[in-house]
Design a protein around this ligand. Structure first.
Ligand SMILES: C[C@H](O)[C@H](O)[C@H]1CNC2=NC(N)=NC(=O)C2=N1
Length: 104
């Protein structure tokens, strides 16, 4: 089973990630992505969904028009793991416009 990150690994991951903040109350990280309308937001979500399925690891998220609110945590571990960081990094790349279904 995937283990929760150590405090050191967690701090290093947060320093590496772009704009993610900690939700310390539930040991999760969150970020709001903004896109130029629904089409771009849903395109992002589609790329992330394909990646999430391949990882068998899924975001908690909601979408309103060009806005996507994301929370990442690992339910089975009860907190933040390397899987959350991996998918968060993928989202940062996908949102930067380099996202492809076959990406990373
Ligand atoms: C059965 C299936 O592998 C599990 O329910 C997976 C699915 N996606 C998941 N996603 C997340 N974020 N955490 C999990 O613990 C998790 N578990």
């Amino acid at each position: 089973m995937t283990e929760k990150l150590t405090p050191e690994a967690r701090a290093a991951a947060l320093a590496r990630l772009d704009g993610w903040t900690e939700d310390t109350e539930r040991d999760a990280i969150t970020k709001t992505f903004w896109f130029d309308g629904f089409d771009a937001a849903f395109g992002f979500m589609t790329r992330v969904a394909i990646k999430a399925e391949s990882m068998v690891h899924h975001p908690e998220w909601s979408n309103v028009y060009g806005r996507v609110d994301v929370t990442m945590t690992t339910h089975s571990a009860g907190g933040l793991t390397a899987l959350d960081v991996e998918l968060a990094e993928f989202m940062d790349r996908a949102a930067a416009g380099t996202g492809r279904a076959d990406m990373g």
